[in-house]
Design a protein. Structure first.
Length: 386
């Protein structure tokens, strides 16, 4: 199998240079992207701004990008959207309406417009007259944006490696110390000096060489006293609502559940069963306490279960699956061969969507609570995240 170019990447340059100069910087930045990004390149430029996109040839389920401009403003947004935006359902692939609607709502509602987006996403709004740029990322920071002031220009990119083509890069010793002690650079730091990361759930406003940042949404404060039963019901209802939305976005197809016996996948199992959604359980024999728990759960639920014994697959076969079949929906290859085996089980049964209890990316400091993945090649395309 050959790896498909399934990731969506973008880079933006704001500056006082001529359009040709800004376009050149964007083109160089796109050439520096590292990862399985799309090969459909697009570069657009206007006075003071240039935008470059790397678009995938094949659109995965729920993945959307949208661009809009008028005489006053430019708006761009991309992401995997789980729900509607003000009663509008984003279209898979290029959406001609979403960016325009977002811009109109932002002019009226400001940060509340960004908070109304439901999914993992990133984007920007640019005011042509004032040259003020506002960038935003989703609440969990699943989509990542890096930014840096380079001479008289501002560069914002979804891929850290793109900065290699635009400036000389030096390691930030303080960030390296933090990485080696606590596991990640703190705050907006990255391992590179003078390159920062945008924090989750924020809007960065760049104006005249300066940057301000604010949160567009805050985690609701819980009551001082919460009865355990109320907390459980809140969690259960949230997961059931998510399962309904995912099932609707996947056209009601049978879902796969990677059940380990742990807490997170058990909550997903409960929501699938309670909502009476069609699903099959995929699991691997972990040889620990989780094995009998998962087996008993499947017996109680009376759902089909397919158990993977790791000795059944060769190391080379599983490595090939890992590299070519199953990926996290935000683009990270599965880091465990056991999970790659679950991907193969789904592929053999023509189940396009697999939910797993927990996922994380090695190049990111945030992890979302319930992961999911995308099949490629023999399984077609489709993705789920919570």
């Amino acid at each position: 199998m050959t790896r498909q170019n399934y990731l969506f990447g973008w880079i933006l340059v704001i500056g006082k240079g001529a359009e040709q100069e800004l376009t050149g910087m964007v083109t160089s930045g796109l050439e520096g992207f590292v990862g399985d990004f799309g090969t459909n390149k697009m570069v657009v430029a206007a006075k003071g701004i240039a935008l470059g996109l790397l678009r995938p040839q094949t659109t995965a389920l729920m993945r959307t990008w949208s661009f809009y401009q008028d005489a006053q403003s430019i708006c761009f947004v991309e992401g995997d959207f789980y729900g509607d935006f003000h009663d509008y359902r984003p279209l898979c692939g290029e959406d001609p309406n979403l960016a325009k609607m977002l811009l109109q709502n932002y002019n009226d509602e400001k940060s509340e417009a960004i908070a109304a987006l439901n999914g993992c996403f990133s984007g920007f709004l640019f005011d042509r007259q004032s040259s003020v740029l506002s960038t935003f990322v989703d609440r969990l920071g699943v989509r990542v944006l890096y930014w840096s002031f380079e001479k008289d220009s501002l560069v914002v990119s979804s891929n850290l490696a793109s900065f290699r083509r635009l400036r000389s890069l030096d390691l930030d010793p303080d960030a390296a110390f933090q990485f080696l002690t606590v596991g990640f650079p703190i705050g907006e730091r990255t391992l590179l000096r003078n390159v920062s990361i945008q924090l989750p759930c924020t809007i960065n406003v760049f104006r005249a060489g300066s940057k301000t940042s604010f949160h567009y949404w805050n985690v609701p404060k819980r009551s001082k006293r919460v009865v355990l039963e109320e907390a459980v019901q809140s969690l259960v209802h949230s997961m059931e609502d998510f399962i309904d939305r995912v099932y609707d976005r996947t056209d009601g197809k049978t879902l796969g559940l990677g059940l380990t016996g742990g807490h997170d996948s058990r909550v997903v199992l409960s929501a699938l069963a309670y909502n009476r959604r069609s699903f099959e359980v995929m699991r691997f024999w972990a040889r620990n306490f989780d094995d009998p728990v998962a087996q008993q759960l499947c017996s109680l639920m009376n759902v089909p279960v397919h158990t993977l014994h790791m000795t059944a697959w060769s190391a080379s076969e599983l490595k090939n699956i890992k590299n070519n079949v199953f990926v996290y929906s935000e683009g990270s290859i599965f880091d465990g061969w056991a999970f790659a085996g679950l991907g193969k089980q789904c592929a053999e049964r023509e189940i396009e969507h697999l939910l797993v209890g927990f996922s994380r990316r090695p190049d990111q400091r945030t992890a979302d609570g319930s992961g999911a993945g995308t099949f490629r090649q023999s399984c077609g395309s489709g993705e789920i995240r919570s």
